[in-house]
Write a protein that binds this ligand. Structure first.
Ligand code: CP
Ligand code: NVA
Length: 303
């Protein structure tokens, strides 16, 4: 029987597995665009648990599973027993007896760790306060589609050291690219000493200098809404706008996981401009999620 594998953070996949996943994503995407059938997960089922809002993550998993021949069930805290205090471990034992895969979007990483510990099927992190690994796989796939490879490239992260930033940090170590981070005082990543590919800059212009990709995210993530006003003040100077983009390499791409706030973390001319690949990035969530589900369920021979 295939070994049980969870995807709770980016570093749960090694370089070979990621390379396999990128190739599989490319094949799945090509087939989908060509109207060729690709129903590798026929009769398989996915349960999605959402404790936070979502558009892209829900669509990409739900439609992805259906396109692969399987089906999915959406649960949220409001109308499942999870919201009435049923222990996470018991929920995991029950839910995993009835399906083949579980995707969870929640607050604390500990919740999905506990769930995975008691689950008999693979568990996927669809975003926690600490990590958003599915999005970063899609972002890197998009970068590779445009540039061939990410190895040795420079990615500039400008803004909050949030879940997205943490997944980028892990990705840089595994896929060998340079990550330049600039965040306002008080919003820096905690300890970067173990990460040899990551450099912190107090000045966002210095972080972006010669970068091949500039990326950012909202100033106040889900769960931090009450800090919105405070953060709006603290993050002034960390907006990705055309003068910041001008510091990057001439062909640099701009990415944002979305949803975005034009006029806050990014100016409208950048997100809607020629260097922005945010719509490709969003679409690629679908293709990447399909490849990830297939990989976790069917496994792979890594060459
Ligand atoms: N980027 C992303 O995860 O979007 P959703 O919150 O819409 O799922
Ligand atoms: N950092 C954002 C990402 C949303 C997809 C959040 O957690 O709200």
């Amino acid at each position: 029987m295939k070994e049980l594998k969870h995807f709770l953070k980016f570093s749960d996949l090694n370089q070979d597995e990621l390379k396999y996943l990128f190739n599989l994503t490319r094949d799945i995407k090509q087939k989908y665009k060509a109207f060729e059938p690709c129903t590798t997960l026929q009769d398989r089922t996915l349960v999605m648990i959402f404790e936070k809002n979502s558009t892209r993550t829900r669509l990409s998993f739900e439609l992805g599973m259906s396109q692969l021949g399987g089906s999915s069930v959406y649960l949220n805290t409001k109308d499942s027993q999870l919201g009435r205090g049923e222990p996470v471990a018991d929920s995991a034992r029950v839910i995993s007896r009835m399906c083949d895969l579980v995707m969870i979007r929640t607050f604390e990483q500990e919740m999905i760790q506990t769930f995975a510990q008691h689950s008999t099927v693979p568990v996927i992190n669809g975003l926690t306060d600490q990590h958003h690994p599915c999005q970063v796989i899609a972002d890197i796939f998009t970068f590779i589609e445009k540039n061939g490879s990410i190895k040795g490239s420079t990615v500039a992260w400008v803004g909050d050291s949030n879940n997205m930033c943490n997944s980028w940090i892990e990705a840089s170590e595994i896929l060998d690219f340079h990550l330049h981070i600039s965040s306002p005082p008080g919003y820096k990543p905690k300890d970067l000493s173990h990460f040899k590919h990551v450099k912190f800059f107090t000045d966002p212009e210095a972080a972006v200098h010669h970068a091949d990709l500039v990326t950012t995210d909202v100033w106040a993530s889900m769960g931090f809404e009450e800090e919105t006003k405070l953060r709006r003040h603290a993050f002034q100077g960390w907006q990705v706008n055309s003068s910041l983009m001008a510091q990057a390499s001439k062909d640099a791409l701009f990415m944002h996981c979305l949803p975005a706030h034009r006029g806050e973390e990014v100016s409208a001319d950048v997100i809607d401009g020629p260097q922005s690949v945010v719509w490709d990035e969003a679409e690629n969530r679908l293709h990447v999620q399909k490849a990830l589900m297939e990989f976790l369920l069917l496994g792979v021979v890594v060459s």
